[in-house]
Design a protein around this ligand. Structure first.
Ligand code: MG
Length: 282
């Protein structure tokens, strides 16, 4: 793969991402996908999707897990509903992530990823220890499928995430860095967080946002790439500084406005192409 191939979030079935044909029309060469619903995680679906990837000349770089009942309505709702943290759904969702790992193997993809949820800050509490054990269990399962697990950033500061990853201590645990999430959740200045996470970062989202008036209490506002407060040029410069060469995956999820979504993704592609040529000379 060339350095910094451009990517976009796509969906296997109906979902938040764009259809592969749209990615192809926009000249995009890699995708991350949202995992399809359980009834659609079949060998037939995988085969058909692989065929489309080949047809369009697109490479699949990560499969993102997600669960029924998750809601990103506001920060307290995320805390209550997202990822492997909420205790009442944890065992069932861990099982589902293992099924997603198996489905990703059918897709010949060696990266699975997810939002883990809000990990408790008290590293001595029972809850924290259980989440560490759950993540170890999933890492071990993914490793047996030849996969790495990438944790999406946002809910934790860089320091808390590093501490957590060190406690999990699995060799196949890495970070999917999303600079806009650091702003949206109010968990830290993204460029500084990226420097701290350094070579733990193995995949990234290209997404932009403005800070909320009360960061951490209310959502910031997601913006088209280049129109927010991430500073995309500095973001790419920092990716270069930390030695990141993987895909630049555009995330712009406004499926209710398909035309606008497509136009904004096209704008993001040209911004990334021009910065890539400026910073890497390719
Ligand atoms: Mg993201």
């Amino acid at each position: 793969m060339t350095k910094w191939p451009i990517g976009v979030f796509a969906s296997v079935d109906a979902g938040l991402g764009v259809h592969l044909s749209v990615a192809h029309e926009l000249g995009i060469s890699t995708v991350q996908v949202h995992t399809p619903h359980s009834h659609n995680r079949t060998a037939e679906t995988a085969e058909a999707f692989l065929k489309s990837l080949t047809e369009y000349g697109i490479e699949l770089t990560a499969v993102f897990g997600g669960f029924d009942g998750e809601s990103y309505a506001d920060i307290p709702t995320v805390d209550r509903t997202v990822g492997l943290v909420p205790p009442t759904t944890r065992a069932a969702r861990l099982q589902e992530m293992k099924e997603i790992s198996d489905f990703s193997k059918l897709l010949k993809c060696d990266v699975i990823a997810l939002h883990l949820g809000f990990v408790p800050h008290d590293t001595q509490c029972q809850e924290y220890k259980e989440i560490v054990a759950t993540t170890q269990d999933l890492c071990k399962y993914a490793a047996a499928n030849g996969q790495n697990l990438h944790l999406e950033t946002g809910q934790e500061t860089a320091d808390s995430l590093i501490r957590f990853m060190d406690d999990v201590a699995c060799k196949n645990l890495y970070v999917n860095f999303d600079p806009a999430n650091m702003i949206l959740y109010g968990t830290g200045e993204p460029i500084e967080a990226l420097r701290k996470l350094g070579n733990r970062v193995r995949s990234v989202h290209c997404k932009d946002a403005n800070w909320a008036k009360n960061p951490g209490k209310e959502w910031g506002e997601e913006k088209p790439l280049g129109a927010g407060q991430v500073d995309i040029r500095k973001y790419l410069q920092t990716l270069k500084d930390i030695g990141y060469t993987g895909p630049l995956t555009i995330e712009r999820e406004i499926p209710q406005e398909r035309d606008r979504q497509r136009a904004e993704i096209a704008g993001a592609v040209s911004l990334l192409q021009s910065l890539r040529s400026e910073l890497l000379g390719v």
